[in-house]
Ligand binder design. Structure first.
Ligand code: 3PG
Length: 210
């Protein structure tokens, strides 16, 4: 499925940040999230199985699921993620080399920024949709409100410290169509993902219940 950043923003109000620890965990939990109505999946490159997980989930879920890679640090990560089947990318920050690689792949991409100067540089490089990270310790919703006054054409996906309680502070802003967060996926005391609680969280934020 080919899609754009706008499609990602329109698919729901929360992008789950998924730090899967195995391929099986990726498959089972992504299915739970899909059944709950989630259509955008940011699978972070923070585990040795992440690329295989992206590949497996991209093949297993229906075609309207948008599977992307998070924690992309450089061109190598981006190319590996694309080759594994990621349809979009998200990074915690932006370098010149990464910007060139993103433009070369043509994948929808949300580069991370935390300051106005970074947002202005990303905008100059052609990125009008940015991740704002780490959101809660970089000024939170008040910062994004102030940023909107001077950078009205930039849209932000704040991530880092967002939860069910504070997400509405962000989503109330005209420059925040969606937030990101890992809290949707709940782990039990044994470290295993609690599928029931994860399903409930996902239903609470999803637009499209299957
Ligand atoms: C990210 O990768 O975007 C963040 O680590 C997610 O932050 P959170 O765990 O506070 O939601």
């Amino acid at each position: 499925m080919t899609f754009t950043v706008d499609d990602i923003f329109n698919a729901g109000t929360v992008i789950p940040v998924l730090a899967y620890q195995s391929i099986e965990e990726a498959l089972v939990t992504s299915d739970t999230l899909y059944q709950a109505g989630i259509r955008v999946f940011e699978i972070t490159l923070r585990h040795e199985t992440a690329l295989e997980g992206i590949n497996a989930v991209a093949k297993a879920l229906p075609k309207d699921a948008m599977i992307g890679a998070g924690t992309i640090m450089n061109a190598t990560d981006l190319n590996k993620a694309r080759d594994a089947g990621a349809g979009f990318g998200i990074s915690p920050g932006l370098t010149r080399d990464l910007a060139i690689a993103i433009q070369n792949t043509g994948l929808p991409f949300l580069p991370g920024t935390a300051t106005l100067s970074e947002a202005m540089m990303a905008s100059d490089l052609g990125f009008k949709a940015l991740k704002f990270f780490p959101a809660s310790v970089s000024g939170g919703a008040p910062y994004l409100k102030a940023a909107g006054a001077v950078l009205p054409s930039i849209q932000f996906c704040p991530t880092g410290g967002i939860n069910m309680q504070n997400k509405e502070d962000y989503l109330a802003l005209s420059n925040v169509p969606v937030v990101g967060g890992s809290w949707i996926v709940v782990r039990g005391a044994d470290g295993a993902i609690d599928q029931e609680q994860t399903y409930k969280n996902a239903v609470a934020v999803a637009k499209n219940k299957s």
